[in-house]
Design a protein around this ligand. Structure first.
Ligand code: ATP
Length: 753
């Protein structure tokens, strides 16, 4: 973040601009509150319907705040604090509101959703999973009912009819992915009745930094018609036998791996192929297998559950259901583990979360950690942040990091720290960065005679129970990032507060300081006492990326503790670098995606026109000339038109699927070409524009051929019998990174020679 944006973003500056007037409106708020307090429920509902009907939205904000406060007080027994009303105003002004953890954002989001709905807008409140969507809507339903606003939620268990009805509500709670997948499915409908989301109006994003920045690059994929990937088992077996430093090298930043000359010779001899010949597919497969072998780690990046590879979300520490790596890598990891290859299928369409959000007219959101991504939110979404103070002062103490030489010395030090506090009956939460680390730490603590509860992606069935007990005297909980966001650890009693409240220990800095802050935020909620401290080691992945820090290994004391301030500065530095890399990758992905998104818009517009007016089929009739004239003589016009429409829709979709595959291939090829010193985005854009320029004429041409060749009966043309079949089934999944700017890119980039 630059100096000036830091200045502008300092807590208070934006808030004052956005909500400073709110403090000055205290008298008006009090007067309006008295007025609404006198109304019975029915009159209150009526007042809600009226509130935005005259004057500007801004003119009515104070009155709406008073009304919203009254409604929540009546039905939830929660009288929104002034801080919550400021957050509400921030959301209604289309900003990202930063409110600390535990400050009551769920209520704020609901009141904002109702506020937009009462202005006649249609609102989606998106959260990170179905569970939260259903929970929050159920919790907030009484408020919506009293304000006369229809509300609904989406869950995986609904029938098609229920789902469609839910989308009809004024306020809808849903997970980002469910909405995204439905937008993708809507693009392939053949009649309007099947459309689930006619327009995207207002979106209120919960955990906004996570969704808008961390997960923005994740593409949602709609796939159809099965085809099984070649697992390249032979290559996987060979690659398993290669040795580090002899046959291959891992880059210093642990981001890439490449064959050495010796490795290349060995692979070429054993496979009997030339890796650097015309056909790059063998080389790509070898690199993927090598990457899967050396840099993708079991129990860190993925688990094996019931014979299947399950990805772990790095930012959440949970199993990322439905998620897979880009195809080649998925197949390589499956081959490495010797488990069956999962279906991949043909990609019908894909869309990043960022693109999904950009499709909304109005975007706003809330999170405990937005300031650190202020620049990114502005750059990618044109969003401003409104920081809102906490309702009570935060008295948590955040201690300086404790840096150790090795993982071993770090883990020992953590055990000592836990033992000391456990002896004083203080509850401790330890946040780790992987399942493997959580298990190792738990084992050490158990050896030390300390009872621990472990929460990680392998078993989340007891999550609620474990969190409920985590604030009890002397409780020790080891958790991956799972407990990092959204969990509410309550101090069991006054003795716990007297012992200092919850102690949060981070077993290593995360790749983003926001994740650290979220973890710290489990302590010191709602004015509670608490402490947080991070332990790091020079062996942590984050620090291995910074060579300068490694020389401090000689400065550790007998326990391995390095007290050097300079070294601690480098830890911060390492995190800044990692955050910067993410922004660069985001920007890169966005650049690649931009053109694709524009082309898709054009295709979707064509598709809509094709379904709703006659210009396109007239164009086809012109092209068919005599054939069309004959059809018109022999068959009713309705039948001819609907058949031509169906044929064109089929070819339009098929051409788009082909174009998408072409773009994906092109992207990979482009990265090979960067060796020829062409600018990758420019080369990509030039090539894809060239191919796309004939998109529509190709659709017309394909359709003409079909009509000329196919038999036209009393029911039109039977597409299936001519091999023109729509996918019999479709399914959806997410890939970890965009196919644009993916791991594959890294792998291919590092190909030597
Ligand atoms: N105005 C209020 N009066 C009383 N209790 C409230 C009020 N607002 C919220 N709460 C309570 O505060 C608790 C925390 O609320 P909530 O879970 O919405 O916080 P949050 O900001 O979403 O936290 P996190 O970021 O950790 O998810 C809840 O138990 C809620 O009932």
């Amino acid at each position: 973040m630059g100096f000036f944006s830091r200045l502008l973003n300092r807590p208070g500056a934006q808030a004052d601009k956005a909500t400073g007037w709110f403090d000055r409106a205290a008298d008006d708020l009090a007067a309006a509150s008295r007025e609404f307090a006198e109304l019975d429920d029915r009159d209150l509902t009526e007042a809600a319907a009226e509130i935005f009907t005259t004057g500007s939205v801004q003119d009515n904000l104070v009155r709406y705040c008073a009304l919203a406060r009254e409604a929540a007080d009546r039905v939830l027994d929660e009288r929104a604090y002034d801080t919550q009303l400021k957050g509400l105003v921030g959301l209604l002004q289309a900003s990202v509101v930063q409110m600390a953890t535990g400050e009551g954002k769920t209520l704020v989001g609901a009141l904002a959703a109702a506020g937009y709905a009462l202005q006649g807008r249609r609102v989606h409140v998106v959260s990170v999973n179905d569970y939260l969507a259903v929970r929050d809507r159920t919790w907030m339903k009484p408020v919506f009912d009293l304000l006369g606003v229809q509300s609904a939620s989406i869950s995986g268990a609904q029938t098609e009819a229920e789902r469609r009805e839910a989308y009809g509500a004024e306020v809808l709670y849903a997970s980002v992915t469910e909405v995204g997948f439905d937008v993708l499915r809507d693009r392939f409908v053949t009649d309007d009745d099947q459309i689930r989301i006619p327009d995207r109006d207002v979106v209120i994003v919960d955990e906004a930094d996570s969704v808008l920045i961390d997960e923005a690059r994740v593409p949602l994929v709609l796939a159809g018609s099965a085809s099984v990937e070649d697992a390249n088992a032979q290559i996987a077996v060979l690659v398993e036998t290669l040795s580090p430093d002899i046959d291959y090298e891992i880059s210093q930043d642990h981001q890439a791996v490449s064959l050495t000359d010796a490795g290349i010779n060995r692979v070429e001899a054993e496979l009997g192929v030339e890796l650097f010949g015309e056909d790059a597919s063998e080389l790509a497969a070898v690199n993927l297998a090598l990457y899967a072998k050396s840099l993708v780690k079991r129990d860190v990046d993925y688990l094996i559950v019931d014979g299947r590879v399950k990805l772990i979300s790095a930012s959440r520490g949970r199993v990322a259901e439905l998620q897979r790596w880009p195809d080649g890598l998925q197949a390589a990891v499956e081959a490495k583990e010797g488990v069956g290859t999962t279906e991949s299928g043909e990609i019908l369409d894909q869309m990043t979360v960022e693109e999904l959000i950009h499709g909304y007219e109005t975007v706003c959101g809330m999170t405990g950690t937005a300031l650190a991504v202020g620049d990114d939110l502005r750059e990618f979404y044109n969003l401003e942040i409104v920081p809102v103070d906490t309702h009570l002062p935060v008295i948590r103490s955040d201690e300086p990091d404790r840096l150790y030489t090795y993982q071993e010395s770090k883990e020992r030090a953590i055990v000592e720290e836990v033992a000391d506090n456990h002896a004083k009956d203080r509850p401790v939460l330890i946040g780790t960065s992987s399942v493997a680390e959580s298990e190792s730490l738990a084992a050490r603590l158990v050896d030390r005679g300390i009872e621990v509860k472990v929460l990680n992606a392998k078993d989340d069935s007891l999550e609620a129970e474990i969190i409920a007990a985590a604030g009890a005297p002397g409780a020790v909980t080891v958790s991956t990032q799972m407990a990092g966001r959204g969990t509410d650890i309550r101090l069991a009693d006054a003795s716990v507060a007297d012992a200092g409240g919850l102690l949060v220990i981070g077993a290593g800095r995360y790749l983003s300081s926001r994740l650290d802050d979220q973890l710290r935020g489990r302590a010191g909620r709602q004015g509670d006492p608490g402490t947080s401290v991070f332990f790091t080691s020079l062996e942590d992945e984050l620090l291995t990326r910074v060579p300068e820090i490694q020389r401090f290994v000689s400065e550790g004391d007998e326990t391995g503790w390095i007290e050097s301030k300079r070294a601690l500065g480098l830890v911060e530095h390492a995190q800044r670098i990692s955050e910067g890399q993410n922004t660069a990758l985001h920007r890169d992905t966005w650049k690649f995606n931009e053109l694709m998104a524009k082309q898709r818009e054009l295709v979707l517009t064509r598709r809509r026109e094709l379904r709703t007016d006659d210009a396109a089929i007239d164009e086809l009739k012109d092209r068919l000339s005599e054939v069309a004239a004959n059809l018109a003589e022999e068959h009713p016009q309705d039948l001819v038109d609907s058949t031509l429409r169906e044929v064109m829709l089929f070819h339009l979709d098929a051409r788009w699927v082909d174009h998408l595959a072409f773009l994906n291939d092109l992207r990979e090829g482009i990265h090979l070409r960067t060796f020829a010193r062409e600018k990758p985005h420019e080369a990509f854009n030039a090539e894809s524009i060239r191919i796309f320029s004939s998109f529509w004429s190709d659709v017309v041409e394909d359709s003409a051929s079909t009509v000329e060749e196919a038999e036209f009966t009393d029911t039109g043309i039977d597409l299936a019998s001519h091999g023109l079949k729509r996918p019999s089934s479709t399914w959806t999944y997410l890939t970890t990174e965009s196919a644009f700017g993916s791991d594959i890119e890294n792998i291919v980039k590092k190909v030597k020679r």
